[in-house]
Design a protein. Sequence first.
Length: 151
Amino acid sequence: MMKILISFLLTSMLLTSLNNSDMNEVRTNFNLAVQDKNICKKMMEKLEQYNEKSSVYLAYLGGYQTIWANHVFNPSSKLQTFNKGKKNIELAVKNAPDNIEIRYIRFSVQKNAPAFLGYNSHLKEDKDFLVKNKKNINSDLLQKNIEILLK
């Protein structure tokens, strides 16, 4: 019985560290994806496997999809891809409205989206939420990303 318990605990710790590693990769590549089409595509493919497991993964998938719109050439595809990403972000916010990382993703996309797309109605709300709650962030990388975005 003790061996089973120890095995379970070790497996749980391993899965947690894998998730933290995955999250660090997702967070690091979020800003890089704007300039690097290959990173953006790789992260979208990876996140499509996880998006049903986590609202944060769904929000990042949406964020990467909106970034992907910069990398495609056809105007119709750009808009379609952007709207798909926007829909995923909004679904993630609906599922977890108090999640600071999801709000960071939406704020980042809205702050950087062209005005003519009309995706900017939550800028003040999300900025205020980030400023108010940034002290509760456990990830140094996320904290740094939010600080840079708020400048």
